[in-house]
Design a binder for this molecule. Structure first.
Ligand SMILES: Cc1cc2nc3c(=O)[nH]c(=O)nc-3n(C[C@H](O)[C@H](O)[C@H](O)COP(=O)(O)O)c2cc1C
Length: 194
């Protein structure tokens, strides 16, 4: 399904949290952040430690114009818990790429890194959370992954279907992160009034 083209550009004016976890497709999310900022959104980026192996913090700080949230334990001048402040300030959250590992954490309510702590701190009655799983086709087909995606959908998360096509492991398969334009559209849809 590598077909997701021709979708509209995001509207802007929202505060978007983009959580980046440890997947090879993290590079695509740099384009997404740039696109959202250009459209007038405020964008805060949070990254897991594994995510920083794929794209540098400086890339997201430059593109978003904001500090990247990396570590809940970094002392700040402002004693307010940063994860609470971010969770309260945002209008929508996208986790992309969402690794198999982070998917499992969200499905089981774990909160032991910057991204999972933020997801756990979001009041999802107010703020929609969109997950974009991306991984090798074998990881995607694992019963645990399928189970976790089903749990997260029934818990009210929006879980985007990955695309099929060429994967970093040099085979064709399902698990690709959809293109930034499609992710921007998913954000726009998530914040539409019901
Ligand atoms: C080179 C490389 C590429 C990887 N790509 C992916 C990927 O695309 N999707 C995925 O779910 N895990 C991938 N992983 C595994 C995750 O990075 C690993 O499970 C990590 O612990 C995820 O941590 P996080 O969920 O805290 O970001 C990859 C690992 C390596 C070494």
């Amino acid at each position: 399904m590598a077909h997701r083209r021709g979708v509209s550009v995001p509207a802007g004016g929202r505060h978007v949290l983009v959580g980046v976890t440890g997947g090879i497709a993290a590079y695509k999310v740099a384009s997404l952040v740039s696109m959202l900022v250009k459209a007038g959104d405020d964008v805060t980026v949070a990254m897991t430690r594994a995510a920083t192996e794929f794209v540098g913090v400086a890339t997201f700080e430059s593109l978003s114009g904001r500090r990247v949230y990396l570590d809940p334990w970094t002392p700040l001048d402002d004693p307010t818990s940063q994860h609470i402040a971010i969770a309260n300030a945002i209008d929508v959250c996208l986790i992309a790429p969402c690794s198999m590992n982070s998917l499992a954490k969200f499905a089981t309510g774990q909160a032991d890194d910057a991204v999972s702590l933020l997801v756990a701190s979001i009041d999802r009655n107010r703020v929609p959370v969109v997950l974009a799983p991306s991984m090798n086709a074998v990881m995607l087909a694992q019963p645990a992954t399928e189970r976790n995606m089903a749990i997260l959908r029934s818990d009210g998360f929006t879980v985007i279907e990955p695309d099929t096509g060429w994967q970093a492991c040099r085979t064709e398969g399902c698990g690709r992160l959809p293109e930034p334009e499609y992710l921007a559209e998913a954000i726009a849809t998530a914040v539409l009034p019901n």
